[in-house]
Design a protein around this ligand. Structure first.
Ligand SMILES: NC(=O)CC[C@H](N)C(=O)O
Length: 362
């Protein structure tokens, strides 16, 4: 094979089905929850998006690797996926920004890559039966093991740090954030203080922030116990915004429920309706859980967005407090920039509250 190493390999799912392909990576084994994503581009952003921690990612687009890996599109320091499944690998990347091939990058980080898989049949199975656990292996007799230790601990920052800005102070709870979200918040002016996933109320109050932000991240939102408690403390005291996992955490803190979806939404063309403006957006998404509609107390919370494919909740807003959140990824990367104005809207709200508290003090 042109790209070096290759041997027969398999993806085995927990329902017993086996897909045969070629193991083209150095690492030949990986366990995880098998999920598919439909983005035609954006593999670099997807593999480095920490929300995919613990998952084997299947790309539905049939040719992967075409534009290599560049130094601008990383969403975190390293890939967090447990394995990568594709139809066909392109070993001759062609792009002016390409620095190395996708396979050499994944090999450096010990991620197993299975190529030559009938990803269409695999995706149909996952759509019909729902997300399943699986193993990438060179031996189909291997059993599927599963360790989803503490995913938040794995992906969150270990120490607090700051991204200085000229605007209000934002306490940013890092649950496995994508860099693009930090970039967008900083570009609208926030002075960002990033805290680990288990930051306490006292830790955060040391900086006396003007607002709180909850990031995207991996796993079941109900496991984010520290962030849920923290959010309960701050709602009503400071403006709060959440994206994806952050949205689910805000919903849980408000007393709603979250449920696991059959196969989730992963891709860059998920249609969303903004019920407040009646505008439709095409959005980038990557989630396997959703806020349960029936659990939302409509006297207290407004559903602001829904997914146009399946009607699931994609955004909520508190009726009386400055608390709102979206399930989709407004920062895009990869994906359309239809909905980036949410960052300006957040800044406007925070400035109003900042001025109010200033005048209340003088
Ligand atoms: N991108 C995210 O933040 C994902 C949130 C959560 N882990 C889910 O799968 O629903």
């Amino acid at each position: 094979m042109k790209w070096g190493f290759s041997m027969k390999g398999y993806l085995k799912l927990e329902d017993g089905s086996i897909f045969e392909g070629e193991l083209i990576s150095k690492n030949q084994k990986g366990y995880g929850e098998v999920v598919f994503t439909t983005g035609m581009t954006g593999y670099q952003e997807a593999i480095t998006d920490p929300s995919y921690a613990g998952q084997i990612v299947v790309m539905t687009y049939p040719l992967i690797g075409n534009y290599g890996i560049n130094k601008y599109d990383f969403q975190s320091e390293k890939p967090h996926i447990r394995g990568f499944v594709i139809r066909e690998y392109c070993d001759k990347p062609s792009n002016f920004q390409s620095e190395e091939s996708l396979l050499s990058y994944l090999d450096k980080h010990n991620i197993p890559v299975l190529s030559g898989i009938d990803t269409r049949a695999l995706t149909k199975k996952l759509r019909e039966n729902g997300t399943m656990r699986g193993i990438i292996t060179c031996s189909p007799d291997d059993n599927i093991e599963f360790d989803q230790a503490n995913l938040l601990e794995e992906v969150s920052t270990k120490k607090p740090y700051r991204i200085a800005g000229i605007g209000p102070k934002l306490a940013f709870i890092d649950l496995g954030t994508k860099k693009s979200i930090l970039k967008m918040l900083n570009s609208v002016g926030f002075d960002i203080y990033v805290f680990p996933y288990n930051a306490s109320y006292d830790d955060v109050m040391q900086i006396n922030p003007n607002a709180i932000f909850l990031s995207n991240g991996p796993g079941d939102p109900k496991d984010a116990v520290y962030a849920i408690e923290l959010t309960k403390h701050f709602m009503g005291i400071k403006p709060v915004l959440g994206i994806c996992l952050g949205h689910q955490i805000i919903a849980l803190a408000l007393g709603c429920n979250t449920v696991k979806m059959k196969f989730g939404h992963r891709g860059a063309n998920q249609p969303v309706k903004d019920l407040l403006t009646n505008k439709d957006y095409i959005t980038s998404q990557n989630h396997g859980y959703a806020v349960e509609e029936e659990s939302i107390d409509k006297d207290k919370i407004t559903v602001t967005h829904i997914n146009l494919n399946d009607g699931t909740v994609e955004g909520i807003m508190h009726k009386f407090l400055p608390v709102f959140s979206v399930q989709y990824h407004p920062e895009a990367c990869p994906g359309p920039r239809d909905s980036t104005e949410i960052f300006d809207k957040f800044m406007d709200i925070v400035m109003v509250y900042k001025r109010r508290s200033y005048f209340a003090e003088v």
